[in-house]
Ligand binder design. Structure first.
Ligand code: AMP
Length: 286
C-alpha cells in the first residue's frame, strides 16, 4: 500500500489501474481511523478491485470557532489500519495541495444543507461538497463509501451526485457503535471519563426513539419529546437539536408516514456529538 500527497500521484496510479480494466472505490475520511471507517474500507474492498482512502482534515468544512487545529491526527495508525483492511492507496494531501493560492471555486447546496447540522454549522456542507467533488474529480472512482453516522452528509452527497450528474455510485454504510452503544467517532477522544459515560444519553435516546417508532408511533413531536427528555436528564449534556426530517429532503415532518431520519447533535461538555436512526415507513433501515 502506498501513501501519496499529490493529486498527480493519485491520477497516475488510478490511470494505471484503469488501463488494466480494474474498478476503483473511494473512502473519504478525515483520518484518526476507527472501526467505523474500517467498515467502509472493508466494504469498498469487497466491491472494487482497488481502494483509495483519502485522509484529509478539510479546513473548509470547519467554522471559525470549531476544532480544526485540535482535530486528532495519527497517520501511522491510519496507514496500519488501511493496510490491514486491504486498501491500496492513501491520499494524504496538504491543505496547500487541495487549496492552492488563489483557490476560489466552491460547490454549494440549498435546502438540504439549511436544516440540522447546517443551522449551527453554516459553512460546513459547502466545505464538504467542495472537498468531496474535488476528491471525485481526482480519483474518479466507480463507487464512494459514506457512513450513515453522518446521515445528513450522506443525503447531501447523494443529492449532489444526482444534481451535478456525477457518474459515481454512492454507498451508505451502517453506524458502527462501541459495545455500550456510543457511535464511534474520532471526536470521542475529546471526552473525559465522566463525559464518556454521559455521552451514552445519545445512543440511549436513539434506541428509545427507534423502539417507539417501531411500535407504531406516528407523531414526530412525541418521538422528539421522548428523545429530548432522555438527554435533558443528563446534566453534562446540552442539546443543539433533536429533530425528525424527511430522509430525502431533510425538511422537518410532523407525521412518520414516509422514510425519515431522526437525528440529534448534543454537546457533552465542549464536544459536539451526533447520532441518528433512519426508518422506512413501518420498518427500520438500520
Ligand atoms: P470522518 O473521518 O469523521 O469525516 O468520517 C469519514 C467517513 O466515515 C464518513 O462517511 C463517516 O460517516 C464515516 N463514519 C464515521 N464514523 C462512523 C461510524 N461510527 N460508523 C459508520 N461510519 C462512520
Amino acid at each position: 500500500m502506498n501513501i501519496v500527497e499529490t493529486v498527480a500521484e493519485v491520477r497516475n496510479q488510478v490511470k494505471a489501474w484503469r488501463k488494466e480494466g480494474l474498478t476503483v472505490g473511494l473512502v473519504p475520511t478525515m483520518g484518526y481511523l476507527h472501526e467505523g471507517h474500517q467498515s467502509l474500507i472493508a466494504r469498498a474492498c469487497q466491491e472494487n478491485d482497488r481502494v483509495v482512502v483519502s485522509v484529509f482534515v478539510n479546513p473548509t468544512q470547519f467554522g471559525p470557532n470549531e476544532d480544526l487545529a485540535s482535530y486528532p491526527r495519527d497517520l501511522q495508525h491510519d496507514a496500519a489500519l488501511c493496510e490491514s483492511t486491504g486498501a491500496d492507496l492513501i491520499f494524504h494531501p496538504t491543505p496547500e495541495e487541495m487549496y492552492p493560492k488563489g483557490f476560489c471555486s466552491f460547490v454549494d447546496m440549498d435546502v438540504l444543507t439549511k436544516e440540522l447540522c447546517g443551522l449551527s454549522r453554516p459553512v460546513h456542507f459547502r466545505g464538504v461538497c467542495t472537498v468531496v467533488s474535488k476528491l471525485f474529480h481526482i480519483v474518479q472512482p466507480d463507487r464512494a463509501y459514506f457512513g450513515e453516522k453522518d446521515a445528513q452528509q450522506l443525503a447531501v452527497i447523494r443529492r449532489m451526485v444526482l444534481d451535478l450528474n456525477m457518474d459515481i455510485e454512492i454507498v451508505g454504510c451502517p453506524i458502527v457503535r462501541e459495545a455500550d452503544g456510543l457511535a464511534k467517532s474520532s471526536r470521542n477522544t475529546y471526552l473525559s471519563p465522566e463525559e464518556r459515560k454521559a455521552a451514552l444519553v445519545l445512543s440511549r435516546s436513539i434506541f428509545v426513539g427507534k423502539e417507539l417508532a417501531e411500535q407504531g408511533e406516528t407523531d414526530a413531536k412525541k418521538l422528539v419529546q421522548k428523545m429530548t427528555e432522555i438527554i435533558e436528564a443528563e446534566p453534562l449534556a446540552k442539546i443543539d437539536y433533536v429533530k425528525v426530517v424527511d430522509l430525502m429532503t431533510m425538511q422537518q415532518i410532523e407525521t412518520l408516514d414516509r422514510p425519515f431520519l431522526a437525528a440529534m447533535a448534543v454537546y457533552i461538555g465542549k464536544t459536539r456529538l451526533i447520532d441518528n436512526f433512519m426508518m422506512q415507513a413501518g420498518g427500520a433501515v438500520q
